[in-house]
Design a protein around this ligand. Structure first.
Ligand SMILES: Nc1ncnc2c1ncn2[C@@H]1O[C@H](COP(=O)(O)OP(=O)(O)OP(=O)(O)O)[C@@H](O)[C@H]1O
Ligand SMILES: [Mg+2]
Length: 467
């Protein structure tokens, strides 16, 4: 301490007050009983509370949920960093850090700093949304980009061409990586709506609670956290164009009911509104699940399924059109040559035989991965892809092996998130069935109910855990 100030308590307090006023983050100081003795202006701005509301009151007066970090640090005598709390009447989200204050070894109180993150969160949500819009509002591919001369792919392309002319809803069905997104783009580009917007919604990537407001939009003030001026949903954004609903099986039952209504009436109702709005949108839906099965299990509405199923295009898996592999390979190599300035001009007979013998559970996407990994393994002077460049190709059934007791290894090669999840679940169940005696015991160890264990086992029996 500066010697000349020693003993001048009033002076010190004024100095301290001025210092904490200058701190841009919200600051609160509490005495050893956990009562608030000091706050700064930033605190009052953040919490929306006045000095009268908090001074002399317990330091948790401002906390909407959970306990006070200041009181916690006094009680436990230690520092805490960045604990999430909500403060004030508006329940602003803050990160709160607090530290006990010791003077001459005696605990006299604590000091806390709060950092408002609601604004950062709002901005990052907005940014995410803008990025998504940038990606979704353009349609890149045409029918020529869908490669293959096999009978099955040609049939699918013919069907796409035929349905493009009309505005009927289309359902694209195919395993992961077969080209559903490519087909959706191509149909849009061949349709009379080609100059309108193409909006892609990945239903699996959007939080289930948010999906409805994202799709149908909302009126201003429809719910807490909503924008004051309201928001257009994807249906309105796709007006006069195409809305591509990818992974439609991820729709909740309530969103399904609303979607059915929109398809039937061609009008939407924003959340919080009572006035329907006309929209002119062609819907293309895609799924890699068996929707009939989902209907049977009660996860998908039958009426919506019939409605979507009017025009259904089944995209064949790569293993059913292996004759297209050479053409796909040469196209992939050409693209990689351009992208990375390489001069690869062929693929050896033996390497091609290996690729033709494999079943490609991850379809064209997996083939792209394998070729790109081979190219990475090649010396810059090499011109031909040979077997030694190829990564090891392990099919679905050989992909797992158990190492230690209770350890499971899964190959991630060319698999989607959902495939990995399901395959993992299957292995876990198989492991427990082999090692445990009773179902009750398994359920207890996994921390799930017996009912949900039975459900999972039933799926395993029917072999539907794996797509
Ligand atoms: N017939 C094809 N010709 C050329 N490239 C293709 C073909 N089919 C798929 N691809 C390519 O394979 C990759 C996966 O395709 P796409 O994203 O359309 O698959 P998807 O069926 O939507 O898969 P998922 O169900 O995992 O979303 C893309 O890079 C795409 O360009
Ligand atoms: Mg896709």
């Amino acid at each position: 301490m500066i010697p000349s100030l020693k003993g001048d308590a009033e002076y010190m307090i004024e100095l301290l007050k001025n210092i904490i006023e200058m701190i841009p983050d919200a600051v609160m100081v509490a005495d050893k009983n956990g009562n608030c003795i000091m706050v700064n202006q930033a605190y009052k701005n953040l919490s929306g509370l006045s000095e009268e509301d908090v001074i002399g009151k317990p330091a948790n007066t401002d906390i909407a949920e959970e306990d006070s970090v200041l009181i916690k640090s006094i009680r436990e005598g230690k520092e805490f960093f960045n604990l999430l709390r909500r403060v004030g009447p508006d329940k602003r989200e803050v990160l709160c850090s607090a530290k006990p204050i010791y003077i001459k070894g005696e605990l006299v109180g604590s000091v806390g700093v709060m950092h408002d993150i609601s604004e950062i969160k709002r901005m990052s949500r907005e940014l995410e949304h803008k990025n998504m819009m940038l990606r979704t509002l353009e349609s890149k591919y045409t029918l020529e980009d869908i490669l293959g001369n096999s009978e099955k792919i040609l049939k699918a392309k013919e069907e796409a061409k035929a349905c493009a002319r009309v505005s009927a809803t289309v359902l694209l069905v195919g395993e992961s990586g077969t080209g559903k997104e490519l087909f959706a783009h191509a149909i849009h580009n061949m349709s009379p709506r080609a100059n309108g917007p193409f909006v892609r919604v990945n239903c699996a990537a959007i939080n289930k609670e948010l999906l409805e407001s994202e799709l149908f939009g909302y009126e201003g003030g429809a719910f807490t956290g909503s924008l004051r001026q309201g928001k257009k949903g994807y249906f309105e954004q796709a007006d006069c164009g195409t809305l591509f609903l990818d992974e439609i099986s991820e729709f909740s039952l309530s969103a399904q009911a609303k979607l059915l209504r929109v398809l039937q009436e061609q009008e939407i109702m924003r959340i919080g509104s009572t006035v329907p709005k006309k929209v002119d949108v062609r819907v293309i839906a895609a799924t890699n699940r068996n929707l009939e099965e989902e209907v049977r299990r009660g996860n998908f509405r039958q009426d919506l399924y019939y409605r979507l199923n009017v025009v259904k295009i089944t995209i064949p898996p790569l293993r059913e059109r292996k004759e297209d592999i050479p053409l796909l390979c040469s196209n992939i190599i050409k693209r990689y040559n351009q992208k990375y300035g390489r001069g690869i001009n062929s693929i050896s007979k033996r390497a091609l035989e290996i690729l033709m013998a494999y079943d490609w559970p991850g379809n064209v996407r997996e083939l792209e991965n394998v070729i790109s990994r081979a190219i990475i393994n090649m010396d810059i002077s090499e011109k031909e892809i040979r077997p030694e460049h190829l990564p090891e190709l392990v099919d679905n059934h050989g992909a797992f092996k158990q190492i230690g007791d209770g350890d499971i290894v899964i190959s991630l090669k060319g698999k989607t998130w959902n495939q990995v999840k399901r395959e993992f679940e299957k292995e876990v169940l198989k492991f427990f069935l082999k090692h445990k005696k009773s179902k009750t015991e398994i359920a207890r160890q996994l921390g799930i109910t017996r009912r949900s264990l039975y459900k999972k086992l039933k799926l395993l029996e029917e072999n539907q855990i794996i797509e």
